[in-house]
Design a protein around this ligand. Structure first.
Ligand code: PEP
Ligand code: MN
Length: 297
């Protein structure tokens, strides 16, 4: 390992990689069979930015399940940049997510913004999402320590990897070791994209932490045409999965329509990822042999 990273990240002892704990697998409960993240399967989470209606969510759930997604995303409590935007359906949205879970067998990931909502959201969700704006909300992170569900921790939009790891450590110290890290783009001087996907964050995090790492190409790009190619990049750098926005009618979406894929685009993206996933699997199988031959770090 790069010696500079050693002290920088090893202090977060519950989430740092060690010889005893080189990787951890996060188990997500699902209606039919449980899902493992970080264990070799590439897990795709997909769905609308926000739950808008039963029809919208059911249609999306069927479409993404059919294309190979394993987890349905959809915000019921929305952290919006503007106070005038749609704020989500709340508990009504959670009930719709549950219906879609029962109908499709998909597990559910949905955002929790406040420690007061942890218990109610944990009743419906299989994975608790902490958004970029909440990465340093320590009261929330601590409340997630006892929630009994894995946490999908998104990187703060201006957070360094050290700060990101520190937040993961807070959740682990509060009693919850089931954490999935998510690189979702950071704020830079670039304006052509909504955020800048820090693709190097994936191999750095995979080197310094035992936790699984996924990529959110939708919020990184802000435009749907870039989502498939950024997803491909995520596979190539060794991510354990993706979280992607998909909507039946992106032009009518109440939030994040510009970056949401249509059903057809999502299906095409999933099948175009296949050869890259084969390469990733091959590289994983080859790695122990290369190490034995002294040919890889
Ligand atoms: C989202 O997933 O819809 C979301 C609000 O993401 P982020 O917290 O990364 O902006
Ligand atoms: Mn969104």
């Amino acid at each position: 390992m790069n010696p500079r990273w050693n002290g920088q990240f090893s202090c977060f002892d519950l989430v740092a990689k060690t010889d005893e704990c080189p990787r951890s697998i996060v188990e997500v409960r699902a209606p039919n069979s449980d899902i493992e993240i970080g264990g070799g399967d590439f897990v795709v989470m997909a769905g609308p930015c926000a739950v808008e209606s039963e029809t919208q969510l059911m249609q999306t759930a069927e479409a993404v399940a059919h294309a190979g997604a394993r987890i349905l995303r959809g915000g019921a409590y929305k952290p919006r940049s503007s106070p005038y935007s749609f704020q989500g359906l709340g508990v009504e949205g959670l009930k719709i997510l549950r219906k879609a879970r029962e109908a499709t067998g998909l597990a559910i990931v949905t955002e929790v913004m406040s420690e007061e909502d942890v218990d109610v959201i944990a009743e419906y969700a299989d994975v608790m999402q902490v958004g970029t704006r909440s990465m340093e909300n320590y009261a929330l992170l601590e409340a997630l320590g006892g929630c009994g569900r894995p946490v999908l921790l998104k990187r703060g939009m201006t957070a360094t990897l050290e700060e990101f790891m520190r937040s993961a450590q807070v959740i682990a110290m509060a009693g919850n070791p089931a954490i999935i890290l998510c690189e979702r783009g950071i704020r830079t001087f670039e304006t052509a994209t909504r955020n800048t996907l820090d693709i190097a964050a994936v191999p750095v995090l995979k080197t310094v932490s035992h936790l699984p790492v996924i990529v959110d190409p939708s919020h990184a790009a802000g435009v749907r045409s870039l989502v498939p190619i950024l997803s491909r990049a995520a596979v190539v750098v060794g991510a354990d999965g993706l979280i992607v926005e998909v909507h039946p009618h992106p032009e009518r979406a109440l939030s994040d329509g510009d970056q949401s894929l249509t059903f057809v685009e999502f299906r095409r993206m999933m099948s175009d990822l296949e050869p890259y996933l084969d390469l990733q699997r091959e590289a994983c199988e080859l790695r122990p042999q290369l190490l034995a031959a002294g040919g890889a770090d």
